[in-house]
Write a protein that binds this ligand. Sequence first.
Ligand code: G16
Length: 544
Amino acid sequence: MNIRTVATKAYTDQKPGTSGLRKKVTIFQQPHYLENFVQAIFDSLVGLQGKTLVVGGDGRYYNRPAIQTILKMAAANGVKRVLVGRAGLLSTPAVSHLIRKQRAFGGIILSASHNPGGPDGDFGIKYNITNGGPAPESVTSAIYQRACKLSLYRIHNAPDIDLDNIGHSGIGDMEIEIVDPVTQYAQLMERLFDFNAIRTLFTSGLFTMRYDAMHAVTGPYAIEILENRLGAAQGTVINGRPLEDFGGGHPDPNLTYAPELVAIMNGARAPDFGAAADGDGDRNMILGRNFFVTPSDSLAILAANATIAPGYATGLAGVARSMPTSAAVDRVAKELGIECFETPTGWKFFGNLLDAGRVTLCGEESFGTGSNHVREKDGLWAVLFWLNILAVRRQSVEQIVQRHWAVYGRNFYTRHDYESVDATAATQLMDRLREDFPDLRGRKFGHRQVLFCDDFSYTDPVDRSVSTGQGVRIGFDNGDRIVFRLSGTGTEGATLRVYIESYEPDAAKHRQETQQALADLISIARDISRLTERTGRDTPTVIT
Ligand code: G16
């Protein structure tokens, strides 16, 4: 028989975080580590036998060997058919789309998202369910429970599959189809956006753009869509070749980790529009000439202008944002008279709302925006949405944002990250904050008074599942807000995230620099949490 049953010992550290299991490559390279987690996935899925899976990743180091292992294990576990992106590449939103379009049972995504790659970098694996979205907590905890008890896994003795040529092959009874990673995704984008208007903008000679693929998965997507289909000048896409170590970079599209694009957009003769996506293509950053659009504002602006894009011409059912995301989109929802939901951090929490037709657009402060077209956030989709708006409104990015603030007011917003903090110290800081709630309530800080403080908990309006401990919120009587959370995606120590928000209705004050406008609140956040004393840090690692 070609199927081997291999005895193994369980690993107890395979608890999926905010978005799947993310660890150092060296952890994944431990004997049977990947195999155990994959077997735990297969064992937890009821009804997988005889079904189709989609498998792909962001091309980082270990992507190819992991796919070979998954294919052999899928064959040994009764999967009927697997679709794989050529060269093992599929962006996260493209996996989501393929699962939906092919009516697959689910998909496995190999990525550690925006975390660095390479032999000393990070790797990750995540399971997506039939709706194309990340598995909900009920599924991820079943996988974890199974992983903790695993004693054997099943694998086929087949040779490696050729991943680099489109076509059909197989292992045992299982069919394998290597598909072009871009085509079906590009067709979906053509249905959602006015490609003719965007093409006219690009070929007018009056508009230039730079898109930084950060040597990650979106390079081939962006070259095909922006340059080949929409007529953007060659060279619009930079760092377009996916590399296993992302060229040594940190594929996180923000002002700190995308310095090349930021320098271009702030330099002489800067293009009109700049954008970037992350390792697996679900995050985006939007820039104008010398101008940064915060992800929270981007979500609000897409919502306010949604009917410009053909795919959203009939309007929005509702919108959703994660709790730490600014309330800018709430103001748009109010104006439009549609529902607005506040969910915990993690795209998986939008799935039920999207499936139930309660929301059309959703987004997060962590550079994620998306809609009901797939069940993941989608970097290139956000870029195309902005291009569609720019093509129709014929204003600069900065003008569009300034006019939005003039109508709705501005939610000044920043996030300060303290990375690789001692995990015990970070947990204690959060515990102390919770213990301090009774003292904090009603306390005055200058002209502000604390109105409420709590640990955010969420009851899903669709399935009534409850998620607790989702971040400490401190709200003031003037609407200002401070949020503290520990990241669920880091792989070294703990990452403490501090989110600061203040609403300013007065247009005369909208041009202030963000850190200055929020300086007061930033120092209150440090004092309340006794951050330096408790973590030994006095400056954030990353500010977004
Ligand atoms: C993931 C999740 C997002 C979340 C982000 C940050 O994004 O899909 O929903 O906002 O992590 O999470 P945390 O604050 O816990 O680190 P990605 O792009 O890393 O998959």
